[in-house]
Design a protein around this ligand. Structure first.
Ligand SMILES: Nc1nc(=O)c2c([nH]1)NC[C@@H]1CN(c3ccc(C(=O)N[C@@H](CCC(=O)O)C(=O)O)cc3)CN21
Ligand SMILES: CC(C)C(=O)C(=O)O
Length: 412
């Protein structure tokens, strides 16, 4: 057990290095050779990697690891020889200021809601500007019927995973959950916002609503040093007041009051405002009236940017439980749910038929000699002397070498 877990840790170190250094051909080459020959021993390889890592400057360590994501997204995966010679610069962090600049330049802002490590890695790699850890997590990830039940602790747990997946480039915004910021005592909101930043690793927080009281809270939190994203229109946390997930601002008076809400949030210091489920003309008018950017969801094309939920835009929610929650404004850019269903069905079928794992996926072999000795042991019972300690070590090492490698080319 100990051996396996330390093996996994070591393997993880290699894996990270391999991923982070696809630009650095020399070291990658060394690793590839050691894999294809299955010699020299893995530990030797790791020691060489550690030495080589230690001898690099911290700038290399930081820039190299993080920039690779961007090497792939910004250059369509083509790393030229030139790229291999100098470390690529650390990707530039998206900030509240760069978002404002985008609006001024007429460039659209992209935002995706995601809740965990692997999705955050994907969103980061795609070069999306803002990653929202939305409280829609309650519905999409945890299976609740509304966003209301999720707690601050649960939100922070998801924020931490997202932060690990996208630590550098996208602006990370954490949704303040229902019940964590609505009180007259605005210090409660500020304290909870600090938790999202300190514990969750978020760059900013999002509050729903644009009343005077809410704007007062936003002002207090911004003064406390936490950037705030506003959110008006359909504010799902208020579902029991709104009577359902319904579009907002569909009468002239309601649309006017949405504009007032958005202006209030801007005056309170919000760096941008989400407009959810409002008619396109209303969203356009609000966007033109505000200096700060607007991010639309179900609000037409006139906003400064667009946000969709990761699972929605990738068509991951073909599961019947989710289907009832997929709103009409959602375009599906992939059919991941179908792929998941098909993959699982095939796995089940192949296990039941015996086709999996077969020879191809049973990679761990004994040498002929060990096999013969083992068969003898089986025949003679267990009273014989076991193998010598040196042959045990050999076996351990060869097991480690075989666990991931064999002679297969690593396709990652
Ligand atoms: N998966 C998911 N995606 C989301 O975008 C999302 C969530 N969950 N959960 C939190 C909120 C809730 N959202 C929703 C949920 C449902 C509708 C919806 O059913 N809208 C109706 C409009 C009803 C009307 O006419 O007013 C629709 O038909 O699209 C809209 C937004 C957006 N958010
Ligand atoms: C839909 C977006 C704006 C959101 O609030 C969420 O994902 O929770």
């Amino acid at each position: 057990m100990m051996m396996i877990s330390s093996h996994f840790r070591r393997r993880f170190a290699i894996d990270t290095f391999r991923r982070s250094c696809t630009v650095c051909q020399t070291d990658r080459g060394r690793l590839d050779r050691s894999y294809s020959n299955q010699r020299p021993c893995l530990i030797d390889t790791i020691q060489r990697i550690n030495l080589s890592l230690r001898s690099r400057s911290s700038i290399h360590d930081k820039t190299h690891t993080t920039s690779l994501r961007y090497a792939s997204s910004n250059t369509n995966g083509n790393t030229s020889t030139k790229d291999t010679e100098k470390p690529i610069k650390k990707p530039k962090k998206i900030t509240t200021l760069s978002m404002a600049a985008k609006k001024r330049r007429g460039e659209k802002i992209t935002m995706v809601t995601a809740y965990d490590f692997p999705s955050a890695v994907h969103v980061d790699r795609a070069g999306v500007d803002v990653l929202l850890v939305g409280d829609s997590c309650a519905m999409v990830e945890l299976g609740f019927e509304t966003t209301q039940p999720i707690t601050l602790d649960q939100m922070i747990h998801h924020c931490q995973a997202v932060k690990r997946g996208a630590p550098n480039r996208p602006l990370l915004v954490g949704d303040m959950p229902f019940g964590s910021y609505e009180y007259k005592d605005v210090d409660i909101a500020l304290k909870n916002a600090y938790r999202m930043v300190k514990e969750g690793g978020m760059d900013a927080v999002k509050f729903e609503g644009g009343s005077e009281a809410r704007a007062n809270t936003v002002k207090h939190v911004v003064e406390g040093g936490v950037a705030v994203l506003g959110h008006v229109g359909l504010t799902p946390q208020a579902i029991s007041v709104l009577g359902g997930f319904r579009a907002q601002g569909r009468t002239a008076a309601n649309a006017r009051s949405l504009l007032d809400d958005a202006l209030r949030l801007q005056d309170a210091g919000a760096f941008a405002v989400v407009l959810e489920c409002v008619p396109a003309n209303v969203a356009t008018a609000i966007t033109e009236a505000l200096e700060v950017p607007t991010i639309g969801i179900g609000a037409g094309g006139g906003t400064s940017g667009q946000v969709l939920v990761f699972h929605d835009l990738l068509g991951m929610l073909s599961h019947p439980h989710h289907e009832e929650f997929v709103p009409r404004f959602c375009k599906q850019y992939a059919r991941v749910g179908m792929e998941i269903t098909n993959g699982l069905a095939q796995f089940k079928e192949e296990v039941e038929s015996g086709a999996f794992p077969g020879n191809d996926y049973s990679p761990y072999k004994m040498s002929k000699r060990e096999e013969e000795m083992f068969n003898e042991l089986l025949e003679n019972g267990s009273k014989d002397e076991g193998p010598s300690s040196s042959s045990l070590e050999d076996a351990d090492e060869s097991e480690q070498l075989n666990l991931y490698g064999n002679n297969k080319t690593d396709s990652r």
